[in-house]
Ligand binder design. Structure first.
Ligand code: NAD
Length: 329
């Protein structure tokens, strides 16, 4: 069995690959895993170093927008797990072109190749941000897509193309929409690793606006277990929300990170709010719980303590990357 993992050198994809090759998903214990990744600023072979010598792992350096390359590696793939994307909202505000070409165009190219090669399952990894912003309650999967940033709009576009390849051609596609992830190997431009690496270095952290924007934080391992359940048992054509972490305002999150690193509020610098900043995200995960038996396992207090300790110990990993983080940070 061969699994093609796009974007497997990024934060979540590399966690999936390390887990899969480490035996965490018994159904794929004997699978060959091929990672196809462009190694943009967000992708790094250092994320895959723990599995680099395993015979069932292969890395292919390339672009999901390259038809010949995609055709070459789709051939022989039984399952596609599609993580590759431009993923940082702030970057999509300063320049959206790569977001549209990779997230929408790249996804379409993969879907077409998967159709031509008769792939058995295509899991399109998406985000709860496609639903927009919600003041009260939580989104179920049938909620309309009302994305607000160029990032989430491009992801919503890719979700619709993925859905269309199922409805039109019967391609066995599943879509997952997950809440905010945290954990080791997250590029130090996203809020948790940005704040941690700043605080470890004695630098202030930039808190957007009034700090009352709310996110549901899920450990990356819980996300990847949800993706695995969908890959194995998800019904073709269906969308599954993944979440069930801990809802926190950015102020609350900041307070926890200050405490965990032995700092106080003097280390916080309020900055002008992000343009179009969504106020609150919240997914309803009843469907994946009832249909596939999903439940998050990692308590936030434990997950964040492990994450803090990982960033404290892995300066060798994050220091070279921080120079490439979004320029205004
Ligand atoms: P990431 O930015 O850390 O990694 C993205 C990876 O895709 C990188 O390795 C990059 O090199 C690769 N890539 C980018 N463009 C490519 C291209 N044209 N061809 C081949 N590879 C390319 O992102 P992440 O945080 O790991 O997110 C992975 C997926 O999960 C994304 O689709 C994202 O939308 C989704 N998601 C992320 C979160 C989150 O909190 N990070 C939450 C829900 C969903």
């Amino acid at each position: 069995m061969r699994i093609l993992v796009t974007g497997g050198a990024g934060f979540i994809g590399s966690h999936y690959v390390r887990q899969a090759l480490g035996g965490a998903y018994p159904a794929y214990a004997d699978a060959e895993i091929v990672v196809l990744d462009l190694l943009t600023y967000a992708g790094s072979l250092a994320n895959l170093a723990p599995v680099a010598d395993l015979p069932s792992y292969r890395f292919v350096h390339g672009d999901i927008r390259d038809p010949a390359l995609v055709d070459r590696w789709m051939s022989g793939a039984d399952v596609v797990l599609h993580f590759a994307a431009e993923s940082h909202v702030d970057r999509s505000i300063t320049g959206a072109a790569d977001f549209v070409s990779t997230n929408v165009g790249g996804t379409q190219l993969l879907l077409q190749a998967a159709l031509e090669h008769g792939v058995g399952k295509f899991v399109h990894v998406s985000t709860d941000e496609v639903y927009g912003s919600i003041e009260h309650g939580s989104w179920a999967e049938e909620h309309p897509l009302e994305p607000n940033s160029p990032y989430s709009a491009a992801k919503a576009g890719s979700d619709l193309i993925a859905r269309a390849y199922h409805r039109t051609h019967g391609l066995p596609v599943c879509i997952t929409r997950c809440s905010n992830n945290y954990g080791p190997y997250q590029f130090p431009e996203k809020v948790i690793p940005l704040f941690l690496t700043n605080l470890i270095d004695g630098r202030k952290v930039p808190l957007y606006g009034d700090g009352l924007n709310v996110r549901d934080w899920l450990h990356v391992d819980d996300h990847c277990r949800g993706i695995q359940l969908v890959a194995e048992h998800g019904r073709p054509g269906e969308t599954y929300n993944i979440g069930g972490g801990t809802e926190l305002s950015n102020r609350e999150l900041t307070g926890l990170l200050l405490e965990a690193t032995g700092n106080d509020w003097s280390m916080v610098e309020p900055v002008t709010d992000r343009k179009g900043h969504d106020r609150r995200y919240s997914v309803d995960i009843t469907k994946i719980q009832n249909e596939l038996g999903y439940a998050p396992r990692m308590a936030f207090t434990e997950g964040i303590a492990q994450t803090v300790s990982w960033y404290q110990q892995r300066r060798d990993w994050w220091e070279p990357l921080r120079a490439q983080a979004a320029p205004h940070r």
